[in-house]
Design a binder for this molecule. Structure first.
Ligand SMILES: Cc1cc2nc3c(=O)[nH]c(=O)nc-3n(C[C@H](O)[C@H](O)[C@H](O)COP(=O)(O)OP(=O)(O)OC[C@H]3O[C@@H](n4cnc5c(N)ncnc54)[C@H](O)[C@@H]3O)c2cc1C
Length: 413
């Protein structure tokens, strides 16, 4: 049985979902608000779970070729005290994360969706859906009305208009802290070999670098760079000027000199706000929510794009594998519950340790996290959490199994 399916939003989740659904032979139309579908932002850490989804789509090698393999995650305070020190090797020598430029991830997924036969409609900001008496649906966009569809999937991200209008939103709030993000050349692989690195001063200052491999259009290696900042301080920092900000960065991390030198104006940096969002249900009749439209969180654990990729895989393969679309949607809702629930709680819990005005949370972090990284079992669980594998306190999924059977597998930790 094949269906006519509309996907709103040509981001990571929407493009991956289009690829999965086209593999099932469905008629797929993607609606994107921009005149030209394109990525926004700098770098991302794709976890082994997200990479397993890319492999399932058959596009992992194309992404790996342009990206940086990340083996280690290291953070310390500005006074030199280690806060975390973890390696993907804990989970197996073949396991790694992938530092990617957003444009590389976008291009690989976009090319795959188009080659697979998804129709992309640009300048079509989705506004609302209507379910007709015969059960079919239409999608109203700024570029016109489209339909009929058997199913509409909302992948329009955290600020989804469709979710605002049609979903039962349990929580949607902005965090007080966001970050400046930028991309710099790293020709000598100064940071490239270091994987993900962070520096902290309490939870008010956090600086990070992530090797991301090649930027599209360049053969040089690059790093993504971020500087955490309270949203209330944004205008003050801009008013003080770029040189004052650079001096602050170098005060904390002198090795950053060759990178901040590449930034000429604040326009070379992207300001990103973080928020936390959860829905009571990710399925409403034949309207389904996936990715950040359904569950946004702060990037402390580096999971958002990975969770969106897994949503796409579970939803797409459930629809492809079931003769009953409502049973497939029910499977999607249930299969994603534990995994998303764990990362929702973990993200809410972890964020104050790294980005907040709290004095107690970073004090506890500086005291406890490093010993936990060196304690058997605890270090495995910490690494599994960062690798995107956890479904509960004592359970996890195994990305390596997904090639054989995608049903979310739960194992005792
Ligand atoms: C600074 C920062 C760093 C991050 N780092 C990581 C990381 O290291 N690892 C990780 O896994 N995640 C990370 N995340 C989270 C990750 O970026 C998101 O979770 C991920 O992009 C969500 O993908 P999505 O496709 O669901 O939504 P989006 O990426 O937001 O894509 C939504 C798409 O829908 C389009 N759209 C919006 N409204 C409409 C509309 N009305 N109609 C049609 N189209 C519309 C948008 O233009 C866009 O193309 C980070 C996020 C931020 C902000």
């Amino acid at each position: 049985m094949t269906y006519r399916i509309a996907i709103a939003g040509a981001g990571t989740t929407g493009l991956a979902l289009a690829g999965f659904l086209r593999a099932g032979g469905h008629e797929v139309s993607l609606f994107e608000r921009f005149d030209k579908a394109s990525p926004v932002g700098a770098g991302l850490l794709i976890q082994p779970t997200g990479l397993a989804v890319m492999a399932r789509l058959g596009v992992d090698k194309a992404l790996i070729a342009r990206s940086a393999r990340i083996k280690t995650l290291y953070g310390r305070t500005h006074t030199g005290r280690t806060v975390f020190d973890l390696s993907y090797d804990i989970l197996g020598r073949h396991i790694f994360g992938l530092g990617v430029h957003r444009a590389s991830l976008f291009q690989v997924l976009y090319d795959h969706a188009v080659a697979a036969g998804a129709k992309i409609h640009t300048a079509c900001a989705a506004e609302s859906v209507t379910t007709h008496a015969d059960g079919l649906m239409s999608l109203k966009t700024k570029g016109g009305d489209f339909g009929p569809f058997d199913l509409v999937v909302d992948c329009t991200g955290r600020h989804s208009k469709l979710a605002e209008r049609h979903a039962d939103i349990r929580m949607n709030r902005a965090y007080p802290y966001g970050a400046f993000w930028g991309v710099c050349r790293d020709p000598g692989q100064v940071f490239g070999r270091g994987g993900l690195q962070q520096r902290y001063d309490a939870a008010k200052v956090m600086i990070g670098t992530l090797a991301i491999g090649k930027r599209p259009g360049s053969e040089d290696d690059h790093i993504a760079f971020f500087w955490s900042l309270a949203a209330r301080d944004l205008e003050r920092v801009r008013a003080e000027g770029l040189d004052a900000w650079k001096a602050r960065v170098l005060d904390y991390w002198p090795d950053m000199a060759p990178f901040v030198a590449q930034l000429e104006t604040f326009d070379d940096l992207t300001w990103a706000e973080y928020g936390h969002k959860a829905l009571r249900s990710r399925v409403k009749g034949r309207l389904v929510f996936a990715g950040d439209a359904a569950h946004a969180m702060s990037p402390q654990l580096g999971q958002g794009a990975n969770l969106g990729l897994i949503d796409a895989c579970v939803l797409g393969e459930a629809i492809n594998g079931s003769p009953d679309i409502d049973a497939a949607l029910d499977h999607y809702q249930r299969a994603r519950r534990n995994h998303l629930g764990f990362y929702h709680r973990a993200s809410l819990w972890m964020t104050p340790f790294f980005q907040s005005d709290s004095k107690a949370a970073p004090f506890v972090r500086d005291l406890c996290f490093a010993p936990m990284c060196y304690t058997p079992w605890l270090k495995d669980e910490m690494m599994r959490t960062l690798a995107g594998m956890k479904t509960g306190l004592f359970s996890h999924i195994d990305p390596g199994q997904w090639h054989q059977d995608y049903a979310i597998r739960r194992r005792r930790g």
